[in-house]
Design a protein around this ligand. Sequence first.
Ligand code: F0G
Length: 508
Amino acid sequence: MVDKIGIGVRACLIGDATLNTVTRDEISPQAIEEHASGGDEGSLSRRAMMARPWHPWHDERVLRCITCQEVHPLRDVIYRCASCGDLLDVVFPRPIETGAALAAMFRARRMSDNPIDRSGVWRFRELLPFYDHDSEIVTYPEGNTPLLEAPKSAGYAGLRRLRFKHLGFNPTGSFKDYGMVTGVTQARILGMRAVACASTGNTSASLGAYAARAGLLPIVLVPETGVSFAKLSQSLDYGALTLMVRGDFDVAQALLRTLAPRLGIYILNSVNPFRLEGQKTVMIELLEQLGWEAPDRIVVPGGNLGNSSSFGKALRELHDLGLLSKRPRITIVQARGAAPLSEAYEGGHSETLVRVHARTLATAIKIGAPVSWKKAARAVDWSDGWVMSVSEQEIADAKAVIGQDGIGCEPASATTLAAIRRLACEGTDERIDPDETIVAILTGNVLKDPDYTVRYHQSSLFEEFRSETIVTDHGRPLTSQFANPPVVVDATEEALMAVIQKRLATIG
Ligand code: F0G
């Protein structure tokens, strides 16, 4: 394996530094029609103009509409406001403990033998007060994921330091477990028998496992093509009724929305605000790991936009509780072929979102109509954040670099490093300073999509996809810049010696 990354700021100049963009002309006519008319093919999106007022608390535990502020009982089986149809937040009274006292309570629980205290989600339960009795709580346990130094990735991006919070260390291998545990807990409280989701593969894996452990029937709708085998194998193994829908994620999500109430099944997509409550704890855990010194920036991949939404809500609450030294700028990264939020910001109209026909090899985020976009926009605006997209070439190479740090992740997660590199090396409207403290969120385990990884290293990743043309860079086929192909070798000492010695010579 040849290390092509180098160190420090120099790395920006190493390798093929061309940052591929996809022009509108390369998207199908149908997709162009679905896209907003504003914007250009530029690589960066603009920041939102102003933050809307956002009060985090309420004097009772209720569901509150993010737009008209209408409140609904906590135990209603609803996902949207009955008055205006917009998304709902779980809101509750401000916790009694704040600041250092709250932080000390969170920390003390790590020494406990109680599974609820040890869970990386329920350890922070003062910010999850929607249940009445500990006996209602489901836990695997989940969370407690590592914060990892990534020197090679930092060098690749031209930064002095970069850390990854790797949510792929959860029981089902992705960040979904942080929210599924709270969603399934609410499903049990409500007395539901079956829970369901539309998924690009990770939500379905997580829902399958958590529902099975809670004694509920898991029902998952996944696109017939494009879901990685690893993820599909999980929902099958956990006993989920696995429906391979002849349509994409967005179609499956829309179908489930109308079907679920008729069938009396509970939706556990991120439109469900109880899912997002659990995902808040990613931020709480991260800040605790950083000694409550907030980073300058948190970079997160965007698909259905649940994660970024919940990060915003967590930071808003922690800010009010005196646990946030500054507002980290939430930076959402989408794949160029599935970037409706980025396009909305580019066009300067973050008030509306136009659905796109999603295309990307990062199948986890192949979503054209993200349900939580308004909450994500709220998070970006409040944190003075940023929204952008990156190309297939950038994602694939960034993923290989993260691998060289001995970390690994699934393709969607690598959008983060690709974006950081772009902002550090080429940023104009938005620029990352080499000394910024940055945490990038890796959302899924490297084993989630082995087919992608092996194809990249065998330089065959883009073969199949070329017909869709979206991943070409001005007609040029994409390449695996950091390929580390397997070597087929004769079963003799001499043959092995020759190959190994050749490699040893490259490390000096
Ligand atoms: N990264 C991974 C690995 C994912 O699986 C997803 C979403 C995202 C990022 C995007 O997160 O939706 O909160 O913005 N996967 C969903 C699924 C859609 O069905 O597994 P988001």
